[in-house]
Design a protein around this ligand. Structure first.
Ligand code: HEM
Ligand SMILES: *[C@@H]1O[C@H](CO)[C@@H](O)[C@H](O)[C@H]1NC(C)=O
Ligand SMILES: *[C@@H]1O[C@H](CO)[C@@H](O)[C@H](O)[C@H]1NC(C)=O
Ligand SMILES: *[C@@H]1O[C@H](CO)[C@@H](O)[C@H](O)[C@H]1NC(C)=O
Ligand SMILES: CC(=O)N[C@H]1CO[C@H](CO)[C@@H](O)[C@@H]1O
Length: 348
């Protein structure tokens, strides 16, 4: 078992996949493929090395980090606003309903990376860029495609309101019409929508995100055995339990999510309806039968998503800490302890 896991892990590292330069979406003005080449050349290796360890220790962190980048980008652009905590007096995305299920540990991992990067390079890399690279590495380290990440985002200085968060994230109860129209407002087409939803090939969900499909009435588009198993995991609609989102290979970034959909074993309405709806059914099938095609389209979707409404150049800032804006910097115990630790590690 252990050796199988280990060898598939190694295989995953060997069989990396690249979208050729010709297929890459265009770069948004202000971003670059080599933004930190001179200011922080070790950036990507610092992140990759650290995440290799974190994700080996707990593979679920990959899903948490991937979702964090998605939530960051969909709500007022990839500006790190999802990372801000409310302590500075503003309501942040973290307290909005759809974000209640973001993993606390994801925020810690991003700020830990930020600290390691600052130790090496100084305060030159934005938290939003760190989040984008961490999302890419999470895909790679669970067996998915590798790709270059456009860099040069600045961190925002505006909190996203709870309402903006609710308005910009699709609910799992949404049908394909709703998914496609919301994503269209962000410049994402049906192929992007189906490919990006494939992120649900890793990670978990809490029961209330899908128990509307079980209680009081069972959704007729759901496979019966699958539904019964879900009822076992979620005995009540408001159960606090979690389930894996891809029943075939919950920790591997593969195309099995689409095989699930074809077998009516998609978890959310927003997932399953992609197969029911005529407009997206063919795309689901094409990804289910061709993993390379899924990888190719997923990478394109991620690069597009990662460039949404970014702040560049003189807009925004490079945060000193990912959870607060620079102007909100205040002396608190956590800061004092962190600075003491830094002094300490510098001495020894
Ligand atoms: C079509 C729109 C989408 C909807 C409706 C949606 C909805 C959700 C919901 C409800 C959860 C489970 C939350 C919980 O109950 O714990 C979830 C988890 C997740 N989502 Fe999405 N999502 C969407 C698109 C995306 C995209 C575009 C990505 C990334 C590219 C993504 C990545 C993830 C990941 C990785 C998880 C698992 C998180 C974990 O295990 O901590 N989702 N999503
Ligand atoms: C999709 O959902 C919207 C909003 O709930 C609803 O108005 C619409 O009728 C639904 N479309 C289909 C095809 O079910
Ligand atoms: C879920 O957890 C919350 C907080 O711990 C608790 O108040 C609630 O009763 C739990 N719900 C169920 C159905 O167990
Ligand atoms: C699968 O998709 C890849 C990437 O687009 C393509 O090159 C390949 O020809 C496809 N394979 C089949 C069997 O259709
Ligand atoms: C109100 C609330 O519970 N907000 C939480 C949202 O998610 C983040 C990250 O897990 C938590 O830190 C917040 O406390």
């Amino acid at each position: 078992m252990v050796s199988t896991t280990l060898s598939s892990f190694l295989l995953v590292l060997l069989v990396s996949f690249f979208v050729t330069e010709a297929q890459r979406p265009a770069l948004t003005k202000g971003l670059s493929w080599s933004f930190y080449q001179s200011s922080c050349p070790q950036l990507e290796s610092i992140i990759r090395k650290r995440l290799e360890k974190q994700i080996k220790d707990d593979v679920g962190q990959a899903a948490g980090l991937l979702r964090l980048h998605f939530h960051d980008c969909f709500v007022q652009g990839c500006d790190g606003s999802v990372l801000l905590d409310g302590s500075a007096g503003g309501p942040s995305e973290q307290t909005a309903v759809p974000n209640l299920t973001l993993r606390k540990r994801s925020f810690k991992i991003i700020d830990d990376l930020r600290k390691r990067i600052q130790d090496e390079c100084g305060q030159v890399v934005s938290c939003s860029d760190i989040t984008a690279i961490a999302a890419r590495d999470s895909v790679v380290l669970t067996g998915g495609p590798n790709y270059d990440v456009p860099l040069g985002r600045k961190d925002g200085v505006n909190f996203a309101t709870e309402q903006a968060t609710i308005d910009n994230l699709v609910a799992p109860f949404a049908n394909t019409t709703t998914v496609l129209s919301l994503l269209a407002t962000k410049g994402l087409d049906a192929t992007d929508a189906v490919a990006l939803s494939g992120a649900h090939t890793i990670g978990i969900s809490h029961c209330p995100s899908f128990t509307d499909r079980l209680y009081p009435n069972q959704d007729s588009t759901m496979d019966k055995t699958f539904a019964n198993n879900l009822k076992g995991s979620c005995p009540t609609a408001d159960s606090n339990n979690t389930v894996n989102m891809d029943i075939r290979s919950p920790n591997v970034f593969d195309n099995k999510y689409y095989v699930d959909l074809m077998n009516r074993q998609g978890l959310f309405t927003s997932d399953q309806d992609l197969y029911t709806d005529r407009r997206t059914r063919g795309i689901v099938t094409s990804f289910a039968v061709n993993q390379s095609l899924f990888y190719e389209k997923f990478v394109i979707g991620m690069i597009k998503m990662g460039q949404m409404n970014v702040l560049t150049g003189g807009n925004g800032e490079i945060r000193n800490r990912c959870d607060r804006r620079n102007k909100d910097k205040k002396v608190d115990i956590a800061t004092v302890v962190e600075e003491l630790e830094e002094t300490f590690s510098a001495l020894f």
